[in-house]
Ligand binder design. Structure first.
Ligand code: GUN
Length: 283
């Protein structure tokens, strides 16, 4: 049976390291501050934003919440971002996605100052990730790498298969795995015979958002299986893309949902906010 990778514990260790550094900065009169914007009342977004605020409280990072109504215009949102960009007391800006349909998400992402872009979604930061000199790490992919590292797994020459090609997870995940010297295949909804590709994988990272995307017959013995998705079952319980109960009998390491990648994403967000604060203060 696989080792279950404890995302809660690994993220706790990372948050504790951030907390210690935030306290050091405070001694020098520097307060780290994250502005979180949420538009509308999507229940999942509300849960994510509340968890981000809780992590700020824990690490000693000041958090400001801007909860805007569903009917907010793009112009109003861009004006708020402009104000936060120019406010030296704000180090990080995060606008929770998805946004209501009257707002162009990419225009909003482009408007956030790259220096304060703690999600690493701005094209400038995406470019830095691509060439491997990133300042800001993409939160979920960096959290996955941190988990793999903490299990002592060397990715050099490993066949890694990423399922999903989103700008938030799939594409940056592939880049970070490449930087770890893995051979990377990115699969998506138009991929032919996914199972044939995943069966050759030493490491599978699934970020689709569909229950049972990865079943036991698709996984080779001793593979490392990382489940990025958070899906809700008919009974209301959370689960990932992976058929956890059966796949854990074959894998060497596997992440649970919940308690796997989710907490890591938030811990990396704290690390990014700390790093943004340090950069903005010449540290
Ligand atoms: N929506 C789902 N995941 C994310 C994320 O990592 N950052 C933001 N801003 N919105 C999200």
């Amino acid at each position: 049976m696989a080792n279950i990778i404890d995302g809660k514990l690994i993220s706790q260790n990372l948050k504790d390291r951030v907390k210690a550094e935030v306290a050091e900065l405070k001694k020098d009169g520097i307060e780290s501050c994250l502005a979180v914007i949420i538009v509308g009342s999507d229940p999942a977004s509300r849960v994510y934003v509340n968890n981000k605020k809780k992590a700020c409280e824990y690490t000693g990072i000041k958090s400001l919440e801007y909860a805007l109504p569903q009917e907010t215009t793009q112009q109003e949102l861009l004006e708020l971002i402009e104000k936060l960009n120019g406010d030296d007391s704000v180090n990080g800006i995060l606008c929770q996605l998805p946004l209501p349909k009257q707002i162009d998400e990419q225009a909003v992402i482009n408007a956030i100052s790259p220096k304060k872009d703690v999600d690493a979604f701005h094209p400038s930061n995406v470019g830095h990730i691509m060439i491997g000199d990133h300042v800001m790490l993409p939160c979920t992919p960096a959290g996955v790498i941190e988990m793999i590292d903490s299990c002592g797994i060397d990715l050099t020459s490993k066949n890694c298969v990423v399922i999903g090609r989103s700008n938030i997870v799939g594409k940056p995940m592939a880049m970070l795995l490449l930087q770890k010297n893995a051979t990377v295949t990115v699969c998506h909804s138009k991929t032919k015979d996914l199972a044939e590709i995943t069966r050759r994988a030493d490491v599978i990272v699934s970020a689709v958002g569909k229950i049972n995307t990865v079943t036991a017959d698709m996984v080779k013995d001793w593979a490392v299986v990382i489940d990025v998705a958070i899906n809700r079952k008919d009974d209301g319980k959370l689960c990932g893309d992976v058929d956890f109960e059966k796949v854990k009998e074959k894998a060497s390491f596997i992440t649970p949902v919940p308690g796997g990648v989710g907490p890591m994403t938030i811990a990396v967000l704290m690390k990014n906010t700390l790093n943004a604060t340090k950069n903005q203060n010449g540290r």
